[in-house]
Ligand binder design. Structure first.
Ligand SMILES: NC(=O)C1=CN([C@@H]2O[C@H](COP(=O)(O)OP(=O)(O)OC[C@H]3O[C@@H](n4cnc5c(N)ncnc54)[C@H](OP(=O)(O)O)[C@@H]3O)[C@@H](O)[C@H]2O)C=CC1
Ligand SMILES: N[C@@H](CC=O)C(=O)O
Ligand code: NA
Length: 440
């Protein structure tokens, strides 16, 4: 692989023929001529593997060899590159990628879980064996963000990277805001459209976005990241009411991921739903669209926007990696030798310093607001605004009403302590909702 012969075809073994795998086959077949021109040689799918051989995938597989066990793709003498599109951080995907690299075969994968959890080990292996390991589709699907950071921004020092990194959550939150529909009904749609992970809790609990953020932080800051150090909160707690109240306050709610370098070189790594001012660029990114921004010392602010999931965009990213390998790409996996990466020191959640949206459900009795305000004052939390809607049911003696608080910037530790005390007040009827506000 280190010295590709331009005259010989590049021969692929593709493992996984779901949304992305079937999409890659479709794209390489449909655009075969253009791909050959751009790659400088033809690209041949020699063998494929998935779980069920007889599933109708809407693609022509008649001239491609089928293997039941994806590991047989590695031992196949004619295959140069393994395209791993099964998914999962461990099990068959991990075994396959390790075995391929050990066998001096290049790898293309869309598997963010695998790269976020095992990226350094795989980078080491790829560099030792002098074979490429490319993963453009792993972050923000069709948006060429890996290439942008690894190649276009490589001379700069990035200070902040982030954005909307999960198409499923963005689709759900957008639809909830527009229709007021419940979460679960919309989740089903994202599964039918092929956006959600095989286990959709990876999306809605924030882990998929966190995998992508960890990868971006490694690439952008040159650090090794322990995935467990990423602060992760998903969107299960958000209901259409929060989206409505946020709108009244001039915000929309999005699941965001932010990686930020502090002055002392420590980094903040967080994925959570956040209120974004409606007139900011990220707030306008709707549906399955993702957006990734970078802020660099020299390059300034840059934002890329596009489809973060789905067959067409994701298979374009995978195919572009395949073409890079066909052309003989030699850029290391993290854009720099894996030995150059330094361990990240990560800022703890208690140190986050943000403004917050809080929804409390309370019995509408005299003195409630005063009690809450007293506790906030005791914990040094300053209020910016308060929104209270009266009860709609006049016949109820003790109606339950929402109180929406917006704080000034405060240390998360202080707010958590205040909320713990507020939660003990007898007038509080359910667990509060606490969301961070991302102003910039
Ligand atoms: N969907 C998307 O929009 C995006 C997905 N990704 C990533 O791409 C990868 C693939 O995702 P996606 O295509 O959506 O996933 P799917 O669930 O649609 O497809 C997974 C494929 O893997 C096959 N498979 C599962 N287990 C095995 C096994 N043990 N041996 C052989 N084949 C197996 C399945 O076989 P069978 O079909 O027979 O069941 C299926 O073809 C994941 O890592 C995902 O995170 C990245 C960006 C976007
Ligand atoms: N499930 C992911 C797919 C792409 O990475 C998402 O919804 O963004
Ligand atoms: Na991408």
């Amino acid at each position: 692989m280190s010295n590709p012969s331009i005259s010989k075809p590049l021969k692929l073994g593709i493992a996984g023929l779901g949304t992305v795998g079937a999409g890659v086959v479709r794209l390489l077949q449909a655009n075969a001529q253009a791909v050959t021109h751009k790659a400088g040689r033809s690209i041949e799918i020699v063998a494929i593997s998935a779980k069920s051989k007889n599933k109708d995938r809407g693609i022509d597989l008649s001239h491609i060899q089928w293997v039941d066990n994806p590991m047989d793709l590695v031992s196949h003498p004619d295959i140069d590159v393994i395209v791993e599109l099964i998914g999962g951080a461990s099990g068959i995907a991990y075994d396959l990628v390790c075995a391929a690299l050990k066998a001096h075969k290049g790898v293309v994968t869309a598997n963010k879980a695998l790269i976020a959890l095992h990226g350094n080990e795989l980078a080491k292996l790829a560099e030792e064996k002098n074979v490429p390991l490319l993963f453009e589709a792993a972050v923000a699907g069709g948006i060429p963000v890996i290439k942008t950071i690894k190649e276009a921004l490589t001379p700069d020092r990035l200070k902040r990277i982030g954005g909307i990194l999960n198409g499923t959550c963005n689709y759900i939150l957008t639809a909830m805001a527009k229709t007021g529909c419940a979460f679960n009904d919309i989740l089903k749609e994202t599964q039918e459209l092929g956006y959600a992970e095989a286990d959709p809790s990876m999306d809605i609990d924030g882990f998929d976005a966190a995998h992508k953020l960890a990868i971006l932080a490694s690439l952008g800051f040159g650090h090794t990241i322990h995935f467990k150090d990423v602060f992760v909160e998903g969107i299960r707690g958000i209901n259409p009411d929060d989206l409505r109240y946020a709108k009244e306050l001039g915000y929309t709610i999005k699941l965001i991921g932010i990686a930020q370098q502090h002055h002392d070189e420590r980094i903040e790594l967080r994925v959570h739903p956040a209120l974004l001012p409606c007139d900011t660029p990220l707030a306008r990114v709707d549906g399955v669209t993702n957006a990734v921004f970078t802020e660099g010392e020299f390059s300034g602010r840059l934002m890329l926007e596009g489809a973060g999931a789905g067959e067409g965009p994701t298979s374009t990213a995978v195919s572009a990696d395949i073409i890079d390998i066909a052309r003989g790409s030699t850029i290391p996996m993290w854009g720099t030798d894996w030995k150059e990466l330094t361990p990240a020191t990560v800022v703890s959640r208690n140190e986050f310093n943000k403004a917050y949206y809080i929804r409390l459900m309370v019995q509408d009795k005299p003195g409630v607001v005063a009690d809450i305000a007293t506790i906030l004052k005791e914990h040094n939390v300053s209020l910016r605004s308060l929104l209270q809607h009266g009860a709609t049911n006049d016949t109820d003696d003790t109606p339950i009403v929402p109180i929406i608080l917006v704080t000034h910037k405060t240390k998360e530790e202080s707010l958590l302590q205040a909320l713990q005390a507020i939660q003990q007040l007898p007038v509080i009827t359910e667990k509060h909702i606490m969301l961070r506000i991302e102003e910039a």
